[in-house]
Ligand binder design. Structure first.
Ligand code: THU
Length: 135
């Protein structure tokens, strides 16, 4: 699956966002080295703190189904009812991704599914990270 297709998968997942409190819908699509794609959306909660981001939903779905090696993630966000646009992962999601990715090669893709799109490698997002190799 190419980066554009992965971004479109993220946009599809965003449609399932449960975000009545922030009114901000996020979708993510995580490409495993197996070729399988795991999608996720943000899932908020009335108690606020139990809410989960789209990226972590995708990672936890994948790892809980036996995947531990990943090639890329695509993310889109934006207010509910608006067109998907570029969003980068929050700090907590960067740390969760860090556990499972090769920072120099893992791609983080974002942008508009039918428009401008960017891809960067994970080391740009989380330099000087604390990961499995730090222990
Ligand atoms: N959110 C994500 O799902 N991913 C991000 O990378 C940034 C933020 C969610 C969390 C919350 O439900 C809403 O977007 C507003 O912060």
């Amino acid at each position: 699956m190419d980066d554009r297709e992965l971004l479109k998968e993220a946009a599809k997942a965003r449609a399932f966002s449960y975000s009545p409190y922030s009114d901000f819908a996020v979708g993510a699509a995580l490409l495993a080295k197996s070729g399988k794609v795991y999608t996720g959306c943000n899932v908020e909660n009335a108690a606020f703190t139990p809410g989960n981001c789209a990226e972590r939903t995708a990672v936890f779905k994948a790892v809980s189904e036996g995947e531990k090696e990943f090639e890329a993630v695509a993310i889109v966000g934006g207010k509910n009812g608006t067109k998907p646009r570029s969003v980068y992962p929050c700090g907590v999601c960067r740390q969760v991704l860090c556990e499972f990715v090769d920072a120099e090669s893992f791609r983080v893709i974002t942008g508009e599914p039918d428009g401008e799109m960017t891809a960067i490698t994970f080391d740009t997002l989380l330099p000087l990270s604390f990961g499995p190799k730090s222990l």
